[in-house]
Structures are given as structure tokens and as C-alpha cells.
Design a protein around this ligand. Structure first.
Ligand code: GDP
Ligand code: IMO
Ligand code: MG
Length: 420
């Protein structure tokens, strides 16, 4: 079976930490979408590691790790990640597999990303500028380069053709970044990438599953950034919901088992776009400080607010979430009272549905108020030790979402995870 783990909010829910923990029970961890826009943070033996392209199973010795066909790969970022991890995991390259169908991000994709954002002015998406949108555009436009192409004797020709297409598009923009240095780094990284295990991953996965191996598909970004169901156009360019696993790995829907959805005890968003429960006051600042809410990929401050059950229920519905994991519960230790949005007021009417036109309507969240737990919970080891008001908070969320919370995460460490 293939279990799925994904973010239910706007990303950064703590997927990296949770995958690193759960990987102990799986044989293979597979990324199915996104690219180096992701930043998944892990703490292993006190070392902080941020993974962008490599699956978060690499620190469990027995785990194989697959970068699936649905991912867009920047060889430079990948090569840097490998260099950072190799001293800690010297068998990394034996356990890392890449689909030959995964798409490549080339330097001019990043230039296009920057030019497109600059041209949008005040309406910019707030992209991580890693070239994600342009790379997926080339994929669906049927112009993209795939990882398998780097093994072809015609690679340079194919690369130049795509680059020229980008240069032609860039003529319409006023300012264009000089990418000549990036190009050198890109070619070096491609050279290194040729030596990696580039495989026919859909067949490989199929064989592994036939042999009874357990696979966990690791999502990037979050459900509200999904290209179809997120707060379009303020989204990323891939399907971040469970459906993305099937086309991002070549897995049949009937193979999907558990769908594990991750949510913070509150909510954050980085980049532009609607965020109904955002706190633009000192409470929001306090959440950012307590939760160290700064982007793992770009370092940008994350916008903070209360947990939004309307958006979460929508995300659970879209992916058929079978169990929840709540992270960063410890961050809310000193907040009293705490709030949960249970409905939206739009034009004087209450709704529990996430609106299609959320960018164009004024949404006033309707809140349920709870007493804060006002007690540090970071050292709690069992569910029984957790304050009863915190458990009430969890029960309310479970009831609203009609889904069980399987774990509560109460710190950055691998061991700070409490089974419910
Ligand atoms: P991801 O993109 O979903 O993997 O999440 P990020 O790594 O971008 O951001 C999550 C941040 O929260 C990281 O810095 C984690 O170390 C941290 N984190 C994860 N779980 C917890 C938790 O339960 N408590 C606290 N305080 N921090 C956490
Ligand atoms: P992880 O996997 C949070 C956001 C960007 C921007 C929008 C589009 O760490 O949770 P893109 O670079 O894809 O063109 O950006 O999506 N975004 C993320 N926000 N976590 C992420 O990944 C994100 N990946 C992209 O900030 O608003
Ligand atoms: Mg992140």
C-alpha cells in the first residue's frame, strides 16, 4: 500500500519532521510533486537540516528515497543538498532514486519566474522564485526537459532550444537578470546528476509494492496552495492534494491507503493571497516569534493567524484524510484565549464552504473561543500528561473535521511527538 502524508494548510505544517519520524515504519519515501520551493526542516542528532528536493526519509538508514516523476528538479539545488547530507549519511547515493520522467528546472526558468513576478507588481504571487511555475508551464506546454534527457547525447541541443525559447519570451520584459553564472553551475550539477540512480520509477515502485514494501508519499506545499483547489491564482503550480500522488508517482488510486493530513495548531501562510484568519496585530507577531515562523526556503516572515476549520475541512474532504497530525501545539502555550474559525461571514451570510472567489469577497471569520492551556507542553511525553483544556481543543477539532488526531507534535525534535 501507499500511504500519503500532506499539508492541509498553506505549507510549512511540519511535514519534514513528521516524515522523518514516520519513515521508521516505511521502506520507501517518495516525493510526488513540487520542487525546490519546498523547505522541509528536520532535526537529526541536534543538526538542523532543510531538504528541498530530497525526500525526508534519508535519515532513516533502511529507507529508500524516490524523487518521483511529478517533481520539478533544479540540479543545482539537488547537488547542494547531496553535498550537505553526504557527510551525515555516506550511503545516501545508494538510497536515492530519481524518476527519468521528472522535469528539469533550467536557469532561464528562474529568470522567467522573477520577470513574471516583477511584471505582476502589486498582484505578485509571492513565489519562492525557484522557477517552479515556468518549469510546470513548459511541462504542460510540452516543451520541458526531463531528467532522462541528461543521458541523451542530444542534451545540449535540447537545452539550447528550450533556453532560446525562454530568451525570446524574456524580450518582452524590461529587466532581465544575468544568468551566465547560474548556467555554469547548472552544467556542473547536470554532470554530477548523470551519476545518480535515474530510473523508470513507475515500474520500480510497482515491483517494490508487489514485493510487499511499504511506501509513504511525501507531499510538498499544502492543500490550500493546490493549483486546482487552492486560493487561485495565489497557489503553486502542482496538485498538492492526495490525487497528485497518482500522477506524480504512477500509482493507481486503489493502491492508496492511509491519508495523513498535517495541520499546525494555528495557521501560517508565506507569500501573497487570501488568509481569512490572519492576525495583523501583536498576537500575530507573538505567534511568529513563538513559532519561529520564517520561511525555510526564502527566510521570509510567515503570516500568522488562528486555525481555520473551514479551510481544513475542505482540505480533508479533497484528499480523503483518514488521520490528522497536529504540529506546533507547544507554540500556543502562552496564548489565552485561543480561537478557531468555524464559519465565514460573507455579505452578511454564514457559510462553512470555502468560497471559489475568495480573492474577491470580504470574508469575516466566525470564531469559537477556547481557554488557553497556559502551560508549557513541550516536555509532555504522553497524551495523559497534556492539559485538559488542550485536549478539549483537540476534541473540538476532531469533531468538526470528523477525523481523528493520531499524533500531537510538541517541539522540533524527533522525539517530541505524542500518540493520541
Ligand atoms: P514543512 O515545510 O511542512 O516541512 O515545514 P517547515 O520545515 O517549513 O516548517 C516547520 C517548522 O516548524 C520547522 O522549523 C520545524 O522544525 C518546526 N516544527 C515542526 N514541528 C514542530 C513542533 O511541534 N513544535 C515546534 N515548536 N516547532 C516545530
Ligand atoms: P513546503 O513544502 C509554504 C508558496 C509561495 C507562494 C506560492 C507560489 O515547505 O511546505 P512558487 O514558488 O511555488 O511559485 O510559490 O506558494 N509556497 C510555499 N509556502 N511552504 C512551501 O513549501 C511553499 N512552496 C511554495 O510562498 O506564495
Ligand atoms: Mg516548509
Amino acid at each position: 500500500m501507499v500511504d500519503v502524508l500532506l499539508g492541509l494548510q498553506w505549507g510549512d505544517e511540519g511535514k519534514g519532521k513528521i516524515v522523518d519520524f514516520l519513515a521508521a515504519n516505511y521502506d520507501i519515501i517518495a516525493r510526488f510533486q513540487g520542487g525546490p520551493n519546498a523547505g522541509h526542516t528536520l532535526y537529526v542528532n541536534g543538526n538542523k537540516i532543510v531538504l528541498h528536493t530530497i525526500p525526508s526519509g534519508v535519515f532513516q538508514k533502511h529507507c529508500l528515497n524516490l524523487i518521483g516523476n511529478g517533481v520539478v528538479i533544479d540540479p543545482v539545488t539537488l547537488s547542494r543538498e547531496i553535498e550537505a547530507i553526504l557527510p551525515l549519511q555516506n550511503d545516501l547515493l545508494e538510497r536515492l532514486f530519481i524518476s527519468h520522467r521528472a522535469q528539469l528546472i533550467i536557469p532561464t526558468h528562474r529568470v522567467l519566474d522573477a520577470a513574471s513576478e516583477a511584471a505582476k507588481g502589486k498582484e505578485k504571487i509571492g513565489s519562492t522564485l525557484k522557477g517552479i511555475g515556468p518549469a510546470y508551464m513548459d511541462k504542460t506546454g510540452r516543451n520541458g526537459l526531463r531528467v532522462g534527457d541528461i543521458l541523451s547525447p542530444d542534451f545540449k541541443k535540447k537545452y539550447e532550444k528550450l533556453k532560446q525559447k525562454h530568451i525570446d519570451i524574456l524580450k518582452q520584459f524590461e529587466e532581465v537578470i544575468d544568468y551566465s553564472e547560474w548556467e555554469c553551475a547548472f552544467m556542473d550539477a547536470v554532470e554530477k546528476m548523470r551519476k545518480l540512480k535515474i530510473i523508470n520509477s513507475e515500474y520500480w515502485l510497482h515491483e517494490q509494492l508487489k514485493a510487499g514494501k511499504k511506501v509513504l508519499a511525501e507531499g510538498a506545499q499544502g492543500s490550500m496552495l493546490d493549483i486546482d483547489f487552492g486560493t487561485y491564482p495565489y497557489v503553486t503550480s502542482s496538485n498538492t492534494i492526495a490525487a497528485g500522488v497518482c500522477n506524480g508517482l504512477g500509482i493507481a488510486p486503489s493502491r492508496i491507503g492511509e491519508v495523513i493530513g498535517i495541520t499546525k495548531a494555528y495557521c501560517t501562510r508565506v507569500g501573497s493571497g487570501p488568509f481569512p484568519t490572519e492576525l495583523l496585530d501583536e498576537t500575530g507577531d507573538a505567534l511568529r516569534k513563538a513559532g519561529a515562523e520564517f520561511g525555510a526556503t526564502t527566510g521570509r516572515p510567515r503570516r500568522c493567524g488562528w486555525i481555520d476549520l473551514v479551510a481544513l475541512r475542505y482540505a480533508c474532504m479533497l484528499s480523503g484524510v483518514t488521520q490528522l497530525i497536529m504540529t506546533k501545539a507547544d507554540v500556543m502555550d502562552s496564548f489565552d484565549p485561543v480561537f478557531l474559525a468555524t464559519a465565514y461571514e460573507i455579505d452578511g451570510k454564514h457559510t462553512c464552504e470555502f468560497p471559489y472567489d475568495i480573492n474577491d469577497v470580504k470574508v469575516i471569520p466566525v470564531y469559537e473561543q477556547f481557554q488557553g492551556w497556559s502551560k508549557p507542553i513541550g516536555t509532555c511525553k504522553t497524551y495523559d500528561e497534556l492539559p485538559s483544556v488542550f485536549k478539549d481543543y483537540c476534541k473540538f477539532i476532531e469533531q468538526y473535521l470528523e477525523t481523528k488526531i493520531a499524533y500531537v507534535s510538541n517541539g522540533t525534535g524527533r522525539d517530541q511527538l505524542i500518540a493520541v
